[in-house]
Each structure stands twice: as C-alpha cells, then as structure tokens.
Design a protein around this ligand. Structure first.
Ligand code: HEM
Length: 446
C-alpha cells in the first residue's frame, strides 16, 4: 500500500514537472544543438574558437539557431544594439543615423581622425629602426578616436572611463565558464564573473556620470548658437534630451534619460573601438605576410599622395586597391564573427586566400545587399557605424603604408607573422604585431 502511494505521488510529481516545463517553454524557438542537462551546450562549444564552432553549427542548423548562453547586459538593454525591435529602438536608431553617425557628424570628426593618425605616425617615426608593438599603438589610436568623438579630449574623467571600459572589454571577451554552463546559474556566483562585470560597470558608469555633468556645465556656460558646430556625441545626446527633438525628424515620443545616453555611449565604445583596431591589425598582418599585396598598396598610396608629403582624407577615395584590401580583411577576418554568417560566393577562387584583387571592379560593398558578404550585418539592424569605421581605418592604414617600409625583427626575417586568431570582443591576431619601421616619406614635424 505504502509503495502504491509512493509511486502515485512520484508519477504526480513527474507530471507536474513536465507540465511546468511545457508551460515555461518558449513557443517556437529556432533549431539548435540539443542542450544536455547540467552542461548545456558546452560539448559543442569547447575545443576551438567559438565563432569557428558556431560557423560549423550554422552549416547544420542554419544561420538562425538557438543556443542558451548567459550574458550580462548593461542599462537594462536600453542601448541600441540590445534593445528589441519596437518604438524605443526606432527612436534610438533615428538618433543614431540622423544625428550621431550622420555624414555631417562623421565629416566633423575628420580633424580628430587625421590628428590622431598623425600622432601615431610621429610616435612610430621617433622609433625608426627599432621594433615597435603596432598592436598596442593601433589599439590606443582606435580608442582615442572614439573617445574624442564621444566626449572630446579635455574630459577630466577620460582616464577613469578608459580604464573601466578596457576592463569591461577584457571581461566580456571570449566565452567564460559561465557561458559554457548555462544550466547552473550558481556558477556565475562561483566564478564571480557577473560580480566583476557589475563592479567594473559601476566604475564606468560613475565616470560617464561625471562626463555628462561636465558637459552640462560647459553647455550652460556657452552662448546659444556658439559652438554647435563642434558638438561631440555627448553634446548631441544632451541637446536631444533637452529639446526632445531630433533634427530633420522632429519630436520623439519617450524622453531620453541619462541612462539611455550612457547606454548609447557604451554602444559606441564597444562597437567602435576594438573592432576598428582589430581590422587595422589584420590589414597590416595580412599585408606583411603577402608582400606583393603590400607593395601594390604602397605603390598606390605613394603615387596618389606623391606631392603631398602627408596623408589627409581629400584623396582617400582614390585609393581603390587599399579599399579592396580592407574589404578582403573583412571577408577573411570579420570583426564581429558571432553576428554574421560566413559563406563565400561560389564563384570565388580560393576564398581563404588573402586576395584583395577579387574586390577590384566588383559591385560588392558593405551595405548588406549581397548576402554572402555582410560584415556589418544587413536589413533594418545593419550596423549604423559603417562610415565611422571606414573613415577611421583608411587614413591610419594609408599613413602606415606611405611613411614606412616594414620588416620583421632580427631573427624572424624569413618567417611569417603568426595570424592565428584569438577570441575576444572582436577577433584579434593571437600574436602582437611587432615590426621595424624603416622611414620612406618622413612625416612632417608638428
Ligand atoms: C569594424 C567595425 C564594425 C563592425 C564589423 C560592426 C559590425 C556590426 C554588426 C555585424 C552588427 C549587427 C548587425 C545586425 O544585427 O544585422 C552591428 C550593430 C551595431 N553596430 Fe557595429 N560594427 C562596427 C563598428 C561600429 C561602430 C564604429 C559603431 C558606432 C560608432 C557601431 C555601432 C553599432 C550599433 C549601435 C549597432 C546596433 C544597431 C541596431 O541594433 O540597430 N558599430 N555592428
């Protein structure tokens, strides 16, 4: 009798669990690899670079698949990248395309890009004939361009914010053990990952708060109409917050809170700095390993700017080969590999070979029209930072080619750079680019 009661209670318990599980199961999820109890998708994701594994999984399940991975989102997903499709996202998207990253605004940042690139070139020039770590220099160039565009150079809180944002980038890079064991939430606590991220985020938030207040004081002191032409991104967002209006598009429905502004600035940093830096690093690495490409790119830039002695943006559109090099880098090393599928057009010969020529006289561009080449995504959520990125990459790359010849340090002359990938917020070359600059056209002194 006791056994019968026990069995009935047990069956009832199991049925209740199944019912609850069914109820809580989302209605229709895309296909995906089966999650094992406890270890979730760990068995699929261990052993190689996550984007390579995901690419293999995509071949089996299609480009839309379901994986359960833990993540930590800031500002309640009120940024653009993480906010779901709806009115709020539409409003932010408008702010982004019509104001923050409009062609007018990008053009206004021209002097920032030229100045930062020239600073890097001068610093390299002061180390002629010595081995320089180009990865470090490129990284700090990319962060400086974004910081200057976002809140200007003069902020007292710049170092504080940069240190926090770099720690966030490090912590968010790669799949942590927490991602690997989605079923065991307690692991998040054990690894302390979430806690570390929250602490780092708090530091960044405090610095941003101060940056916002600093801008408010400066705006209150400036005379109306005076200096609007020099607005940085925080200025633009504060203006929109104050007026409740977006230029060209008029009023918008929900007011912009300070947290919304901070979330957008966070997006600009996470989208704009590391990915541009890695693209520049891959461009240099691939050209060093393919000397015929390097020579052709150098010949082009040195011919087009022969009479100038320096590179500015005025003739950058004439550098067709350099643009093909950048396209090929995005093709082989997409900076956001987890967000875009990888599939080569069937007619491409040796798609894994670094061969920029395939993009010369080709219609393929970055705007998401050709589904086999979408490094910035496609459709309504296509990356709004394409022009910002391209303009930030072209001048520094052209300068590196124009002013210097490059060689590998002594003892490595016969070798190739190690172009193994390492996984982070963006996918970098595993080894730092340590190269010796040999002056060709000396940069003008300050
Ligand atoms: C190498 C540089 C970059 C690459 C490869 C890249 C790539 C991408 C990709 C693949 C997406 C997702 C698109 C989709 O879901 O279809 C995206 C979204 C986004 N990117 Fe970028 N991006 C880069 C630079 C930037 C820059 C410089 C900014 C800002 C200054 C930026 C801001 C954003 C934002 C705000 C979104 C979200 C858009 C939305 O959801 O509506 N990105 N990016």
């Amino acid at each position: 009798m006791e056994l019968l009661v026990f069995i009935s209670v047990f069956i009832l318990f199991c049925l209740t669990i199944v019912k609850i599980a069914r109820k809580s199961r989302p209605v229709k999820l895309p296909p995906g690899p089966r999650q094992l109890p406890i270890i979730g998708n760990m068995h699929q994701l261990i052993g190689s670079l996550p984007h390579r594994i995901l690419s293999d999984l995509a071949k089996k399940y299609g480009h839309l698949m379901h994986l359960q991975l833990a993540n930590v989102l800031f500002y309640n997903s009120t940024d653009i990248a993480f906010s779901p499709y709806g009115d709020y996202w539409r409003q932010l998207r408008k702010i982004c395309t019509l104001e923050l990253l409009s062609s007018r605004q990008i053009q206004m940042f021209r002097s920032i890009r030229e100045e930062e690139a020239s600073n890097m070139i001068r610093s390299i020039s002061s180390q002629e004939g010595l081995a320089v770590n180009l990865s470090t220099m490129i990284s700090s160039l990319a962060f400086s361009i974004v910081a200057q565009a976002a809140y200007g150079k003069r902020s007292k809180y710049h170092n504080e914010f940069m240190s926090a944002i770099k720690d966030v980038t490090k912590l968010m890079g790669g799949f942590s053990i927490v991602d690997m064991y989605p079923s065991i939430k307690i692991l998040e606590k054990i690894t302390g990952m979430r806690h570390k991220l929250q602490r780092t985020h708090k530091r960044a938030d405090k610095a941003l708060e101060n940056i916002l207040n600093e801008h408010r004081v400066k705006r209150a002191e400036s005379k109306p109409g005076n200096g609007e032409a020099k607005e940085d991104l925080v200025d633009v967002l504060l203006r929109i917050q104050q007026s409740g209006r977006i230029q060209q598009s008029g009023e918008f429905s929900a007011p912009l809170t300070d947290n919304n502004i901070k979330a957008v600035i966070f997006d600009v940093f996470s989208g704009g700095s590391e990915s541009s830096a890695t693209t520049l690093m891959w461009s240099v690495a691939e050209m060093i390993n393919n000397p015929e490409v390097l020579k052709r790119a150098q010949d082009e830039v040195r011919e087009i700017y022969a009479d100038r002695g320096n590179i500015d943006e005025s003739r950058i559109h004439k550098l067709k080969y350099l643009q093909a090099v950048i396209k090929e880098v995005f093709q082989l090393h997409p900076a956001a590999p987890l967000l875009v599928p990888r599939e080569y057009p069937k007619r491409w010969i040796e798609p894994e070979k670094f061969y920029p020529e395939r993009f010369l006289d080709s219609e393929i561009d970055f705007r998401g029209q050709n589904f086999s080449y979408i490094p910035f995504g496609a459709g309504r959520r296509i990356c709004p930072g394409i022009s910002f990125t391209l303009t930030s990459i072209q001048v520094p790359l052209a300068q590196l080619l124009y002013h210097f010849d490059w060689k590998l340090p002594a003892g490595f002359e016969q070798e190739q750079l190690d172009i193994t990938e390492t996984f982070g917020l963006a996918v970098r070359p595993k080894q730092d680019l340590v190269l010796i600059p040999m002056p060709y056209f000396r940069p003008p002194s300050m």
